[in-house]
Write a protein that binds this ligand. Structure first.
Ligand code: SF4
Ligand code: SF4
Length: 450
């Protein structure tokens, strides 16, 4: 059997624990209240357009993008604006949010097609597609939350030849994208065609790790039945299972052999990467006029009797998801928002689901225990694991010593915060915590210099 492609350096194999891979997507019972953050994307917060007491329809624009790197925010459900408040995000920071009391009867904004019929005929041209993506408030749903319309607005004089669709979902436990590839393949294909048109490329590759053979087979069959397409060729590529293959730079290298240099973007090697959930959100925005108002969230953990993949209105609290699975299971040491490798441990459950939230994971005592921190034994396992070619043990030392110039010279800003170094350290050193601190300090120093 031929070897499957993967990225060249580093990487680890954490236990997969994809417990919910067989659980079909199901609708969450409607929550009573939504906490819709106006800052659920990278860039400037959106500006609220509604006031306390206003009646809103599902899909109505309630906060407008403010500036180039920003994104529109829409009411995920119909109801009444209770207040404009601030709610804690997963990091514990309070963010402005529009609180909506959900109505019993759901009325959608006019012009939004909520029917399940597939809309496969594409009439919009590239600029029209980018405009519809911006109008719909689409951002990277894989967690990056970068506004998609900005990513797909290619600057004058630059060119792209390949669209990469990220179906890797390399984080343990998460299965939201896996289920989408199985259950919404036709929508994913139309979304991919739209993104190809927006970029003006005739090649797209959907990268999927080989631990999802059902998704690879289903996508391949659906593509064969639906094609050929006027936009060009869409391939499905099976990849070797290795974390963090979902990182943009790692995925580009695995699929095209191209290396994105330090400090550069995928665009610099002719690629743009988009997550499968994002591509499906693009389908809804462009073909159905439906903005980004819901997403799939995996709620899982070893202690849970039944993990689930829920379709969740944006702004639903983590508490509502916990209630839907019967409460926090016994033996849970922490509840993680996102994947276990890159997610954040929650300090409270009022945190709302945002456009980039793919999972709520109940981590038990055995998994949560970081173990006693011992001295570095210079085994270099962290170096071997790092997919960015960094020396995590050295970065930790330099950060501890406050040697900021050297921290920057050692490439701290190249760190993608995958956590592979911390995972591999036999001495349980808090490498990523210190490296994050080093990144924040380096960014602050750069800002002060400019
Ligand atoms: S968290 Fe950063 S330093 Fe650690 S392995 Fe990942 S990229 Fe390398
Ligand atoms: S893996 Fe841990 S013990 Fe080994 S070199 Fe890195 S920091 Fe030191």
């Amino acid at each position: 059997m031929s070897r499957l492609p993967t990225f060249a350096i580093g990487g680890i194999h954490p236990p997969e624990n994809k417990i919910t891979a067989e659980r079909p997507i199901e609708a969450l019972p409607p929550p009573a209240q939504l906490f819709v953050s106006v800052s659920q994307h990278i860039g400037k917060p959106a500006e609220p357009l509604v006031e306390r007491g206003a009646a809103v329809r599902a899909g109505q624009l309630i906060a407008r993008a403010s500036g180039f790197v920003s994104a529109n925010v829409h009411a995920p459900m119909a109801g009444t604006v209770k207040k404009i408040d601030s709610v804690p995000d997963a990091s514990g920071y309070r963010r402005p949010a529009i609180v909506i009391d959900v109505a019993g009867d759901q009325e959608w904004e006019s012009g939004i097609d909520t029917s399940p019929e597939l809309a496969a005929d594409i009439t919009a041209d590239g600029p029209g597609i980018v405009e519809a993506i911006a109008t719909g408030g689409i951002v990277g749903a894989g967690g990056a939350t970068f506004p998609t319309a900005v990513k797909f607005s290619i600057p004058e004089g630059r060119s792209v030849d390949t669209l990469i669709v990220n179906g890797v979902e390399c984080e343990p436990y998460l299965t939201a994208d896996h289920r989408l590839m199985l259950e919404e393949a036709p929508q994913l294909i139309v979304g991919t065609r739209l993104l190809m048109r927006a970029l003006g490329v005739n090649r797209a590759i959907v990268g999927v790790e080989n631990n999802k053979p059902d998704a690879i087979a289903h996508l391949s069959t659906t593509l064969e039945e639906a094609g050929p397409f006027p936009e060009g060729r869409i391939e499905v590529a099976a990849l070797k299972v290795k974390y963090p293959q979902g990182g943009e730079k790692q995925l580009i290298q695995a699929l095209t052999g191209r290396e994105v240099p330090s400090g550069k973007l995928p665009l610099d090697v002719g690629c743009v990467v988009s997550n499968v959930s994002t591509a499906i959100a693009v389908y809804h925005a462009v073909q159905k006029g439906r903005p980004f108002v819901e997403r799939i969230v995996t709620v899982t953990g070893k202690g849970l009797r039944e993990g689930r993949n829920f379709r969740v209105p944006i702004g639903t609290s983590v508490q509502a998801l916990i209630d839907a699975v019967g409460g926090v299971p016994d033996g849970t040491a922490k509840v993680v928002f996102g994947g276990p490798m890159t997610g954040k441990a929650l300090t409270g459950f009022t945190v709302p689901i945002t456009k980039g939230s793919g999972g709520v994971i109940f981590v038990d005592e055995s998994e949560a225990n970081r173990g006693h921190v011992r001295g570095c034994i210079r085994c270099s396992r962290c170096v071997t694991a790092c997919p960015m070619g960094l020396e995590p043990y050295l970065l930790e030392k330099l950060v501890n010593a406050g040697m900021w110039d050297q921290v920057e010279r050692e490439g701290v800003l190249d760190c993608i915060e995958c956590g592979a170094c911390s995972f591999s350290c036999p001495s349980n050193r808090p490498l990523l915590d210190l490296i994050r601190l080093g990144k924040a300090e380096t960014m602050a120093r750069r800002r002060a210099r400019s």
